[in-house]
Design a protein around this ligand. Structure first.
Ligand SMILES: [Zn+2]
Ligand SMILES: [Zn+2]
Length: 319
């Protein structure tokens, strides 16, 4: 039991330094939970077809007449085909895979950077202007995910961009502000398009990780790709999130009676087999999730290896 408390992954939507999610058609308004232990909107996972199988990604590189990008596509393509693909393949236990295309061409948007950066509809404006440019060379309908990548608009005078990047929850589109194709940024935003929200931490005043006096800190699960800080390549998606995506079939044991149960390390693909998470009903709305990981031992402020997690019980209707 980690002294610093458990981690709670849940569905609050909020701003943070690295990414600004929402705006997608599937975004839900967060509502406080009834128990007081976790304030989370129930998360309905996307249809399994959305979060499993091969996903073709087109990353459209863009720049502006007054803010040009002289970088090549090499680094981005290498990252997408390398560590990003490996992470999604391993984390999903082979349930999903990525096939990425980073456009060698940098398409020049028709307006200066300030036109987009100062608009409250920045993401839509970029999407609308970029789509016909890329459509000259690519059949956009043939891709499962579309990323718009462009030089950072954060420091443009009057910029409305407070965050690095942006993605739709369970949607097709993401926007990579800065265009650097860093592993963490792309892995995190892609996670949003798969349907995930931020991985939060239940911060408690004592050693009890499920203390009801705790509070949820959005984004503060630093074990998780949907959290923040830490070594991103060592992080994984948590088993609850994986279950929402249809990646945990056969790997979750629901516990209803006292006993001793064995749970295998889940961040050890391809060797991870058998039961990788225990799910324990807390009440009508919440489950505890218990899992075991190794990769971040001693590398994280948590120090502990086991982790309690509260997951809102998902609705099974659409999966
Ligand atoms: Zn995010
Ligand atoms: Zn964010």
């Amino acid at each position: 039991m980690p002294a610093q408390g458990g981690a709670v992954s849940q569905g609050l939507n909020g701003g943070c330094a690295t990414c600004n999610t929402g705006g997608g058609s599937t975004e839900a308004t967060p509502t406080p939970g009834r128990t007081g232990l976790v304030s989370a909107a129930p998360i309905a996972g996307p249809p399994k077809t959305w979060s499993t199988g091969l996903k073709k990604i087109l990353a459209i590189r863009l720049d502006f007449p007054d803010l040009i990008d002289i970088r090549t596509s090499d680094a981005g393509q290498k990252m997408m085909d390398g560590v990003l693909r490996q992470k999604y393949h391993d984390s999903s236990y082979g349930k999903t895979d990525l096939q990425s295309t980073v456009t060698p061409v940098v398409y020049r948007l028709p307006h200066d950077a300030g036109y987009y950066a100062t608009s409250n509809s920045i993401w839509t404006l970029i999407q609308n202007d970029a789509t016909p440019l890329a459509a000259a060379n690519y059949d956009l309908a043939a891709y499962d995910r579309i990323a718009f990548s462009f030089p950072s608009l954060k420091d443009v005078p009057g910029s409305t961009v407070r965050a690095m990047s942006h993605a739709q929850y369970g949607g097709k589109y993401m926007w990579l502000n800065g265009g650097g194709f860093g592993f963490y940024t792309v892995a995190h935003e892609l996670g949003h398009t798969y349907g995930l929200r931020h991985a939060n931490r239940w911060k408690v005043p004592d050693g009890n990780p499920v203390n009801s006096k705790g509070r949820s800190e959005e984004y503060a699960d630093n074990f998780d790709i949907m959290g923040d800080t830490g070594d991103p390549t060592l992080r994984d998606f948590n088993p609850w999130f994986k279950s929402l995506l249809g990646w945990m079939d056969g790997h979750v044991q629901t516990v209803t009676v006292n006993g001793t149960y064995r749970v295998n390390r889940f961040d050890n693909t391809p060797a991870a087999t058998g039961i990788l998470a225990l799910k324990i009903r807390k009440n009508n709305a919440l489950d505890y999730w218990i899992s075991y990981r190794l990769q971040l031992r001693g590398k994280s402020c948590y120090k502990g290896r086991s982790l309690y997690r509260l997951g809102t019980r998902r609705h099974h209707g659409n999966q």
